[in-house]
Design a protein around this ligand. Structure first.
Ligand code: ATP
Ligand code: MG
Length: 332
């Protein structure tokens, strides 16, 4: 296999393989069929795309925009893309957005009035007061501006905005879908992998249904030349997870109730993500045979509770030690 590592890292595969047509969007049939129906009926409402990361929201919004306004819409000033994390502040919304919405753009060749589209990414991070201002801007905008809000959590969008939009839900991609897209990329990139099944299993676990994560991890794996069977476990480390051998050690200590060993193992890991560690422990426990349902139910509830504590800012080392003690009791 001849690989030029530099060029491999040059172009992110998530961009190289970003869907260009609705047909390329995997697994979101309901949302995509609705979009097609809106286009056919020539009435596209304001839209909210909601769903987990890496499931095709931005890609679908761009495909829709290009279909409605042409591929050069950005150059023509017909598309405004805003990201809540950088510039959706009150001032910005008032000035830039109002100007964009109210400006009528006359096309030189046809003198017809073009439509315009505003894509607001990470809309769930827009403060409530700014969302209220947006709502008024939407109400006042002439019919030819379509707003598309993209978000992970629709619960953080205010009701008056939701009720002015059609809500399309994007769902996490299952293993089969993620695998088929990764296989497609592996083929296109002409890569030979000895133990492809193992690689795909690891990538799916890491991805959590987020195709962007899966594709990025695949590209890193190839660029760092760790696709041969013996090095595959390195993928866990580069993605912020623990190698199976460390997990195995930890799990044995859990089963034998060796509290001191557990403490030592935790101490020896530096810069770990407690959330990732919990996910791996959860998977390992769910694969464990012979556990009765009552123990299992208690372990799940501990994991839930301790994860919550850590997200609330408790010291993760103390919480993990406490959690492992509780799990250990159930495993014995
Ligand atoms: N349903 C899908 N079909 C095909 N490719 C996808 C799909 N979802 C994600 N991808 C791949 O992942 C990349 C990121 O997707 P996209 O930007 O559309 O995700 P998103 O849903 O907007 O995520 P976020 O919530 O993080 O913004 C795309 O470039 C594409 O390569
Ligand atoms: Mg996006």
């Amino acid at each position: 296999m001849a690989l030029d590592n530099e060029s491999l890292l040059d172009v992110p595969w998530v961009e190289k393989y970003r869907p260009q047509e609705f047909e390329d969007i995997i697994s979101q049939n309901l949302a995509i069929n609705n979009l097609k129906r809106f286009i056919n009926s020539k009435t596209v409402p304001h839209l909210i795309f909601t769903g987990p990361a890496g499931t095709g929201k931005t890609s679908s919004a761009l495909i829709l925009t290009h279909k409605l306004l042409g591929n050069d819409c950005k150059k023509k000033g017909l598309l405004l893309e805003l990201n809540a994390s950088d510039n959706v502040r009150m001032e910005y919304v008032r000035n830039i957005l109002k100007k964009f919405v109210n400006q009528s753009i006359i096309s030189l060749d046809s003198e017809e009035n073009h439509g315009k589209i505003v894509i607001l990414d990470e809309a769930d991070n827009i403060p409530g007061t700014v969302q209220q201002a947006l709502r008024r801007i939407i109400e006042k905008s002439s019919g030819n501006v379509i707003f598309i809000f993209l978000c992970n959590n629709i619960n953080r969008i205010i009701d008056p905005l939701i009720s002015r939009c059609a809500v399309l839900r994007f769902t996490p991609l299952n293993k089969e879908k993620i695998n088929s897209r990764l296989k497609f990329i592996i083929k296109k990139e002409n890569i030979t992998i000895k133990n492809q099944e193992k690689l795909l299993n690891i990538l799916f676990f890491i991805s959590e249904g987020d195709l962007r994560k899966a594709i990025n991890a695949l590209q890193m794996t190839v660029a760092l030349e760790i696709i041969d069977d013996l090095k595959l476990d390195e993928i866990y480390s580069i993605s912020g997870y623990f190698k199976p051998e460390i997990l195995e050690k930890l799990f044995n200590a859990l089963k034998l109730g060796k509290i001191d060993d557990l403490k030592e193992i935790l101490k020896s890991l530096s810069g770990y993500s407690s959330r990732n560690l919990m996910r791996q422990v959860l998977l390992k426990i769910s694969q464990e045979k012979g556990l009765n349902n009552i123990n299992l139910a208690r372990i799940y509830s501990y994991l839930g509770e301790y994860e919550f504590r850590i997200t609330q800012g408790s010291n993760s080392e103390i919480q993990l030690n406490a959690l492992f003690n509780m799990i250990s009791r159930e495993l014995k």
